[in-house]
Design a protein around this ligand. Structure first.
Ligand SMILES: Nc1nc2c(c(=O)[nH]1)N=C([C@H](O)[C@H](O)COP(=O)(O)OP(=O)(O)OP(=O)(O)O)CN2
Length: 181
């Protein structure tokens, strides 16, 4: 059985080295929709794969981190990076350029890590994230599956959230502990 929970964020970026000129040369934003798909080998005591409510804790925090935020590629120049870090409170620095493909793979990895390091107490089975679909526009999305997990090097421990982003996390200390595992 598979369930899906939808999240959204309003984010800004540049995707360097892509083919589309506007996309690679100018800061622009999207109203992203993120669909997260979960599977399990059994249903919990409420006959659910995973109560949707439980996804609104740490998983929602991670995706919402990118809301009203600039996704900053770590290979930008120091001048460019410093500009964002000194003039905008909400930013995320990431080791790979923020295409829709990368958002979907990165969220898949974060959610997989969170699920592996979270205990559930209502008879849940082996709950796994099976894929993450990131709609960048009304017409285009990317979807990352578990088989894609090692397709490119993307270490989530190298993703840096600005202080403002972290300080807005609900259950901040719990999530920081999970991310440090
Ligand atoms: N495979 C990908 N292609 C493109 C990505 C991406 O992440 N993965 N990103 C972009 C740009 O960010 C761009 O802003 C979105 O491109 P596009 O879908 O062409 O946007 P439009 O609104 O112009 O498209 P419509 O056809 O008008 O809906 C580019 N490509």
């Amino acid at each position: 059985m598979i369930i899906r929970k939808k999240f959204k964020f309003e984010g800004a970026h540049i995707v360097r080295n892509c083919s589309t000129k506007r996309c690679k040369t100018s800061i622009h934003g999207h109203s992203y929709e993120v669909e997260v798909f979960f599977t399990s080998n059994k249903l919990d005591n409420g006959y659910m794969v995973l109560d949707f409510g439980l996804t609104k804790k740490h998983i929602k925090n991670i995706i919402d981190s990118f809301d009203h935020a600039y996704s900053l590629w770590s290979q930008e120049t120091d001048e460019f990076k410093n500009f964002f870090k000194t003039n905008s409170l909400r930013w995320i620095e990431m080791p790979v350029s923020p295409s829709a493909e990368i958002y979907s793979l990165m969220f898949l990895k974060f959610i997989d890590h969170i699920l592996k390091n979270t205990s559930f107490f209502n008879g849940e089975g082996d709950v796994k994230v099976s894929s993450v679909r990131v709609h960048e526009t009304k017409t285009g999305y990317a979807e990352a599956f578990r088989d894609d997990m090692d397709s490119i090097e993307l270490d989530i421990k190298k993703v840096v959230f600005s202080d403002e982003v972290v300080n807005e996390w609900k259950n901040k200390n719990e999530l920081l502990k999970i991310l440090s595992m």
